[in-house]
Design a protein around this ligand. Structure first.
Ligand SMILES: C[C@H](O)[C@H](O)[C@H]1CNC2=NC(N)=NC(=O)C2=N1
Length: 98
């Protein structure tokens, strides 16, 4: 089981995760999609990646704003699994169709 990251480790990880921010016990990013359906497509692709990783985001969908909150529920905070998932989400967000 991945161990909880310290605040310094989280700060360091965020250097490579533009758009992401530390929230209490979580990593957070809001993505603006070009359309509602493009946002839903992003959610679908993130869901597939989460299943592959067996690590799942909390997702909030508000029209074209898709917000992702990442925490390791089993550990009650941020672990390396959240950092890895954040990187996958950022890569998928870059591919969001126009
Ligand atoms: C049994 C299953 O492997 C666990 O419940 C996984 C599923 N996805 C998960 N996702 C997240 N974000 N945190 C977890 O602790 C977690 N645990």
């Amino acid at each position: 089981m991945a161990q909880l990251l310290t605040d310094d480790q989280i700060t360091e990880a965020l250097r490579d995760l533009p758009g992401w921010e530390a929230r209490p016990g979580a990593l957070f990013r809001a993505v603006t999609a070009p359309s509602f359906m493009a946002g839903i497509d992003l959610v679908d692709r993130v869901a597939q990646a989460a299943e592959q990783m067996n690590h799942h985001p909390d997702i909030d969908i508000r029209w074209t704003t898709i917000s992702f909150s990442l925490t390791t529920h089993a550990m009650g905070g941020v672990t390396d699994n959240d950092v890895k998932l954040a990187g996958r989400i950022s890569a998928l967000a870059e591919d969001t169709p126009g």
